[in-house]
Write a protein that binds this ligand. Structure first.
Ligand SMILES: [Zn+2]
Ligand SMILES: [Zn+2]
Length: 340
């Protein structure tokens, strides 16, 4: 999320949400992630959690105490290459040992280990700050996060149309442009596991939409893509809801009773209708809470300005009344001296 936190502080809403599973059997997506802490100085959790989903697929999450964003990252391992989708919000490997953890999960390839490709769902810092940990690491390629780099790397010639592919060796991943939350956004579909990695395009939380038209087009594009494909689950970049469907406050390091991460193909198929009904400012449709963060920011700035003007006007009225009561000129301007 990153770009739009403070002005939405205190916005807590209820949205329709399925119940979460408390326990996670092996290979289940219903992982009970660490809830963080009300006071992270007391018994802070491990900075990074790792959960395997079958062979060669991992979910990683930075803890809520390491960063309130607590972003999810995904490691997909093919026979030739491994791919990390997003690298989180923490640049310092002493704070979150992302690079060491990811490299330890890679199988050996001869005397070395499998090459690693680091990609991003989009350019927001909470999805790419970890790039710094991979600088100068042998056998690692970090793909650029600006729009030009994204288009060039995936060979998109008609952005945001078209679907690109990455071949990891016996494992093909489709790359679908999904701008709207951010102009660089892409989503990934792993054909082997049929998992759909949606970043901040779709997650159990606030859908922050910077460009409504782009978001609507992305929703249609994705719905058309998944309509005739199996989707085991949709895995996004954050969890911002509890099991009752209420959002946690912005910046919270404590998420008691967190909603499950996984969303569904039905959610993806419902997005076109939801985004079509979005008024471009703020709206809810089924499980979706949609917010244009830029417009909300402008509206809140205008409201704040109006409150300040009203306060100043009230102070002027009070001062004038007091001066009038004391027989002083209400303007505060002294009358000119009499002429002789
Ligand atoms: Zn994010
Ligand atoms: Zn974002």
């Amino acid at each position: 999320m990153r770009h739009s936190r403070w002005f939405l502080a205190g916005v807590t809403v209820l949205v329709t949400a399925p119940a979460a599973s408390a326990q996670a059997p092996a290979d289940s997506l219903a992982v009970h992630w660490n809830a963080g802490a009300a006071d992270c100085k007391v018994n802070p959790p491990a900075p990074l959690e790792t959960h395997a989903i079958g062979a060669g697929t991992y979910i990683l999450r930075e803890s809520l105490c390491a960063t309130y964003e607590a972003p999810f990252m995904y490691l997909l391992i093919g026979s030739d290459t491994a791919m990390l989708i997003d690298d989180g919000d923490v640049a310092d490997s002493a704070q979150v040992p992302l690079v060491r953890t990811v490299l330890s999960l890679l199988p050996a390839a001869g005397s070395s280990r499998l090459p690693l490709l680091v990609v991003h769902t989009h350019r927001h810092l909470d999805h790419r700050a970890g790039d710094a940990q991979f600088v100068s690491v042998p056998n690692v390629e970090v793909v650029g996060y600006d729009t030009a780099s994204v288009r060039r790397f995936y060979h998109f010639t008609d952005w945001p149309n078209g679907v690109a592919q990455i071949d990891l060796g016996g494992r093909t991943v489709d790359v679908i442009p999904t701008p709207g939350h951010n102009e660089t956004h892409v989503s990934f579909y792993d054909r082997n596991t049929t998992l759909f990695f949606s970043g901040d395009f779709l997650l159990p939380g606030r859908l922050l939409i910077d460009n409504t038209d782009a978001e609507r087009a992305s929703a249609k594009r994705v719905a058309a893509f998944v309509r005739d494909r199996p989707v085991r689950a949709v895995l996004g970049g954050h969890i911002e809801l509890d099991t009752a469907g209420a959002t946690y406050s912005w910046g919270s390091h404590y998420h008691p009773g967190e909603h499950v991460l996984a969303m569904t193909k039905a959610d993806l198929l419902a997005l076109p209708v939801a985004t079509a009904a979005f008024n471009g400012f703020y709206g809810r449709s089924g499980p979706f809470l949609m917010i244009n963060s830029i417009r909300v920011l402008i509206a809140e700035a205008i409201a704040l300005f109006a409150v300040l003007v009203a306060l100043i006007a009230a102070v002027i009225v009070v001062v004038r009344r007091r001066r009038a009561a004391r027989g002083l000129p209400v303007t505060g301007v002294q009358p000119p001296p009499p002429t002789v």
